[in-house]
Design a protein around this ligand. Structure first.
Ligand SMILES: O=P(O)(O)OC[C@H]1O[C@H](O[C@H]2O[C@H](CO)[C@@H](O)[C@H](O)[C@H]2O)[C@H](O)[C@@H](O)[C@@H]1O
Length: 277
């Protein structure tokens, strides 16, 4: 199963999953983790304004310490440059636009999903969405290099359907694009078989992490993280933060961003006690 996305993943109710905090040493079982983290809802709480989703200094210190003892990557739906700016750590890897745009230490930068040809369609869709949604109160059209998120969290309830309908119509005009779900957003993404799970596999290969003593751990809170949970089932550990509207392919849970930080601290301490670090 190594390096193949798992399309037959088991699904669970998030509330029924065991806590990842119960016994961290037992969880990693003497292996060395490679940690993949979502940003919004995982490293920073969900807030009304995406520009205000700022990570705390404490979380930054926690990530810095973790990255001193194992590989750490942030795998986000955000624009890669944007998430780099929010996290501000240069010893991490960053996968932005749901994995289409990847950077890392020593000037690593690559765009492995092959999405360049979707850029003109994204540009056109961006213009149409700005124009057609300009009168809707609270709507936000967020352009990323390889995606557009149409945010409706702050849109009056009676106008949400109109936002969704316009967004679907614009997607239908561009065969190069497809629809993606998210928390109070509808996304336009390149119509390609590439997602966060494939980005994780790509990073594991690139960083030579496909080793029997390495344990990939993916932590996320949103539906887009399900691709990564499903991909890692059987070869790693998926940790769901809170819950979303669907069943999850994660096998452990954490309640919220605070518990993510406690877990990452515990992981760092556990790794340090292991003989091979
Ligand atoms: O994969 P992620 O790093 O979790 O990114 C997913 C999306 O996160 C952002 O939107 C979400 O968080 C916002 C701030 O808390 C919130 O206002 C919004 O409702 C959420 O959907 C980001 O703005 C998107 O681009 C990402 O795709």
């Amino acid at each position: 199963m190594k390096n193949q996305p798992n399309s037959f993943a088991q699904r669970y109710e998030a509330k029924d999953l065991p806590s990842a905090l119960a016994d961290v040493a037992k969880l990693i079982n003497g292996k060395k983790p490679a940690v993949f983290l979502d940003y919004d809802g995982c490293l920073s709480p969900i807030v009304k304004d995406p520009d205000k989703a700022v990570m705390t200094e404490e979380m930054r210190d926690t990530l810095r310490r973790l990255a001193d003892v194992c590989s750490v990557a942030v795998v986000s739906g955000r624009d890669r440059a944007n998430v780099e700016k929010l996290v501000q750590l240069d010893n991490l890897y960053y996968a932005g636009s749901h994995g289409f745009d990847i950077s890392g230490p020593n000037n690593m930068h690559t765009e492995p999903g092959g999405a360049k040809e979707a850029i003109p369609a994204l540009d056109k869709a961006n213009i149409t969405l700005d124009e057609r949604l300009k009168d809707v109160e609270g709507v936000l059209v967020e352009r990323k290099r390889y995606a557009i998120a149409v945010h409706y969290r702050n849109v009056p309830e009676d106008q949400v359907n109109r936002v969704l309908q316009v967004t679907e119509e614009v997607i239908a005009q561009h065969p190069e694009l497809k629809k993606g779900p998210g928390k109070k957003i509808m996304e336009l993404k390149p119509n390609l078989d590439w997602h966060k799970g494939k980005a994780v596999l790509w990073l594991m290969e690139e960083l030579d992490l496909n080793q029997p003593d390495i344990l990939p751990i993916y932590i996320g809170d949103d539906i887009t993280d399900e691709d990564a949970f499903a991909t890692l089932q059987g070869q790693g550990i998926g940790v769901m933060v809170g819950e979303h509207d669907e069943q999850t392919a994660a096998e452990y849970r954490l309640e919220d961003v605070d518990e993510v930080q406690v877990f990452l601290e515990a992981l760092t301490q556990t790794i340090k006690k292991q003989p091979h670090v």
